[in-house]
Design a protein around this ligand. Structure first.
Ligand code: 2AM
Ligand code: CA
Ligand code: CA
Ligand code: CA
Length: 260
């Protein structure tokens, strides 16, 4: 049986190493390309960081599988065995333009069950991590369950872009969420926003379109806190295909489904 504490330690060690490389890269010019549009960027630093993790995992754990955003390894079609799901830089636009608020995100799963999750906010030096059944932490501090606030006292993370697309099927429910919550925040990194829910800095986070690498790491943190992660229709998040995402304290679950 795998030693998840040990795997967690190794994942954190590699993450700190990768973060040093990312910070060094930030000091020099690097190539930026647009993928699907001007708000969807990738840099050579994203690709190099993913390749770094892929090399390490292949060398150290040749029987583990790998899924990353930048396609370093072939797409996987099954979650059998031990699978590392990695977003080398979550919040690439922040990385390129703001140079803060981006994260390395790693989820390690066994037969589809989250065992290790980490989200490392590189510039803030905040390591959010959890090992299944061992608690969730930010750096040395153990996270404790947050207050269950009513919606009008809650702060919700979401991307404001969806509100502007009035024909979008979820524009109106999102508008209601903006109106009825205490306030909304948009940080530009889904992984950090979901980690903030785990850490009680946000009460909920919603997105109309994410991929497994965006939420894999944070979903282990949220699970460990007893919070809920699901699609807008209440389905479990898939590790092979993306879609809508709700990450929230448990008491919002029914409320958010109804709203969406
Ligand atoms: P990324 O930076 O790794 O691409 C805000 O853009 C959040 O949504 C980020 O976490 C970003 O992850 C994610 N995201 C998912 N799909 C995206 C897309 N097509 N374009 C931009 N951001 C996307
Ligand atoms: Ca991306
Ligand atoms: Ca991402
Ligand atoms: Ca990314």
């Amino acid at each position: 049986m795998a030693d998840w504490n040990e795997l967690g330690k190794v994942a954190r060690k590699w993450t700190y190493e990768a973060a040093e490389q990312i910070k060094r890269a930030l000091a020099n010019p690097f190539k930026v390309e647009a993928k699907s549009g001007p708000d969807d960027l990738v840099t050579e630093v994203d690709k190099n960081t993913e390749a770094f993790f892929y090399q390490k995992i292949k060398e150290t754990y040749p029987d583990h599988s790998f899924l990353g955003e930048e396609g370093t390894a072939e797409k996987i079609h099954s979650t059998d065995g031990i699978v590392w799901i990695i977003d080398p830089i979550d919040g690439t636009m922040n990385f390129v333009q703001q140079k803060i608020k981006f994260a390395i995100s790693i989820g390690i799963f066994e037969d589809g069950v989250g065992k290790v999750g980490l989200v490392y906010d590189v510039m803030a030096d905040e390591m959010f991590y959890a090992v299944q059944g061992q608690g969730a932490y930010v750096n040395q501090l153990e996270l404790v369950a947050g207050k269950e606030r009513p919606l009008n006292e809650s702060i919700v993370g979401l991307n404001a872009r969806w509100l502007a697309e009035t024909n979008h099927p979820h524009a109106n429910p999102l508008m209601a969420l903006v109106r009825d919550s205490r306030s909304v925040r948009s940080y530009g990194s889904a992984a950090i926003e979901m980690a903030y829910v785990a850490a009680d800095r946000l009460d909920a986070y919603v997105s109309v379109n994410l991929s497994p690498w965006d939420y894999a790491g944070a979903s282990v943190l949220l699970e460990e806190m007893g919070y809920c992660t699901s699609s807008f229709s209440g389905k479990a998040l898939s590790l092979l295909e993306g879609g809508t995402v709700i990450a929230a304290k448990q008491h919002y679950k029914e409320k958010l489904y109804l709203l969406m």
